[in-house]
Design a protein around this ligand. Sequence first.
Ligand SMILES: Cc1ncc(C[n+]2csc(CCOP(=O)(O)OP(=O)(O)O)c2C)c(N)n1
Ligand code: SF4
Ligand SMILES: [Mg+2]
Length: 311
Amino acid sequence: MSDRAVQDEVSEAAEAKARGPSVATDEHPIAPYLRMDRIPHIWCPTCGIGTVVKCFATALEETGVNLDKTSIVSGIGCTGRVAGYMKLDAFHTTHGRAIPFATGLKLGRPELLVIVFSGDGDLSGIGGNHFIHAARRNMDLMVILVNNFIYGMTGGQNAPTTPLGARTSTMPYGNFERPFNLPHLAASCGATYVARWTCLHIRRLTKAFKEAIGRKGFRFIEVIAPCSTLYARLNKLGTGFNLMQFYHDNAEIRHGEDPRKVDIGFQEKIICGKFVDEERPTFLEMMDQHYEKTLGDKYVPMPPEGGMIHE
Ligand SMILES: Cc1ncc(C[n+]2csc(CCOP(=O)(O)OP(=O)(O)O)c2C)c(N)n1
Ligand code: SF4
Ligand SMILES: [Mg+2]
C-alpha cells in the first residue's frame, strides 16, 4: 500500500471514529418522529416500551396525520417518558393527570388529535378516576396504556393490574389483590374502541393504532409489555425476551370477545384482539346537540380551532 493510501485510510478511520457508531441514528426509520437529541432513552434493555413507541410512530407515518395537529400527553412513570421522546406537541403531566390534562386540551382545541400514552399504574391507579369518567363521557381521546403489571419506575410496587400471585416489591409473597381487567373496565364505562395486544404483535398493534387514530370518542388500547428489570426479575421470569416468548406461546386472538372474559392470570393465557368498535356521540357532540336544542340561536358552539368565543 502506498504512503498516500495508508494516510487516506488512517484519516478515514479517524473521521469514522469522530462520526460515532456506524449506524447513523438519524437514519432510523422513526427518527423523524423522535426528539433525537434526547436519545439514548432511559429504558432498560429488553423493556417493552420502545417497541410500542415504534408501532406508534409507524402508525403516525402510515396514517399521514397532520403532526402539527397531533398532541401527546403522558403521566409519570417509565411509560410516562414517551411524551418527552416524541417529536409532537407533548405534555409530561403529573402522576395520574394525563387524562384530565388531555381532556382540557381537547375541549379547548377540538381540532387536535389528542393521544394519551402512559402506564398501567398512572392511568388505572392514581389516575383511575379520570380514566373511568373520560370513558363514561366518551371524551374524544385515544388512550394507549402500557401494562407491565407493575409500577416500574418507582421500584416494582404492586399495581392495580398485578395478576393474583405475582410477586412485587410490596407483595413479596405474591399479590392477593384482585386486579383490574382493563378492557372490561373501559368498555363497561363507555369506551367506544377497546383493544388489547402485546408488544410482540407489532403489525396488529400498529393496525390498532391506525384504526384508533381514525375513530372518534374514547379509544382504549392496552398493550401488554415486559418490565424486565422488576416484574420479570422479581418473578424469576428471565429477561424481556423470555416474556416475549411467553406472549408468543400464550397470546390468543379472540376478536369481539366479551371484555368480561379477558381477565389476565399470572403467567396464564393472554386474550388479545379488538373487543369493542362502535360509534356513540362524543362529549363535544352531545354538548353541542344539547345546547342547540335548549338554547337555540343563543348557543355559539366552540369553533373547531378553539379559543375564546367573543359575541
Ligand atoms: C403524586 C405522586 N405519587 C407517587 C409518585 C411516584 N410514582 C412515580 S411513577 C409511579 C408509578 C408508575 O407506574 P406505571 O404507570 O405503571 O408506569 P411504569 O413505570 O410501569 O411504566 C409512581 C407511584 C409520583 N410521582 N407522584
Ligand atoms: S424499570 Fe421496567 S418498565 Fe421501567 S424501563 Fe426498566 S424494564 Fe422498562
Ligand atoms: Mg407499569
